[in-house]
Design a protein around this ligand. Sequence first.
Ligand code: SAM
Length: 276
Amino acid sequence: MSGLLYIVATPIGNLNDITFRAVETLKGAELVLAEDTRHSKKLFDHYEIKSPLRAFHEHNENEKVNGIISEIKSGKSVALISDAGTPLISDPGYKLVSEAKKTGITVVPIPGPNAAITALSSSGIASNSFTFFGFLPSKQTLRIKLLKTKRNLDETIIFYESPKRILATIRDMTDVFGRDRRVCLAKELTKSFETILTDNLPTLMDYLESDPSHQKGEFVILVSPPDKIDHEFAENELEKILPILCDEMGASKAAKLASKITGLDKKYCYKRAISL
Ligand code: SAM
């Protein structure tokens, strides 16, 4: 009989942020796949988890997947964890889970911490509708290009950022989104120096520049939707995307999506869609 694949969320800083079920699952697993086994050993020692750990990271995921699938098929119960938070969220595991699903293995999620959701819940930024983008490109030209495509998005956008680029990214966001956009900088969540600041971009820039220690640590950036949209930019976007969307779906659905992406009125997008 096939074993199961458990996807187990672990803390994003504070070791107490783990569920009873996660600890039980890790204790019961016959094999635990971890990004960095030395890092996870600290969590294992803290909770007296003795299950064997094996390295599974972005550099060996492709070559390891088939072997792990065979082990699960032959009856082994396997758990996947990452260095922090929920596996697969800007972390390895997608290939493994997708292959497991294809081969009929039952995948069991053990939910828990995630930096993006933790930040969103305490940011004061609109939480009704949001898009998670993970890490921004490290090259400035690509980063600015990507940010420009999100300028009029009518929902909260969430990014992860490394301390190396936090200053450059906030500077680029000021250029692209303008000085008035409300943004939350959520730093070192659940750790001793946890800081959750929601303000305009120049104020966040001042905070980062006022002390080099403010640029250290792990960051989530949440950008609120714009109060008013840049019409010229939105029109150009609409002209680009509407024909593509209309090729793939009906005018009503295309207009709804185009309105969400450009921030333009839904009825206006529909009128444009049916006149193509
Ligand atoms: N899988 C993780 C999750 O569920 O959130 C994310 C892993 S990703 C490789 C690491 C990035 O997540 C960091 O660079 C940072 O942007 C964000 N992050 C992780 N822990 C964090 C924390 N305690 N405070 C703020 N951001 C954090």
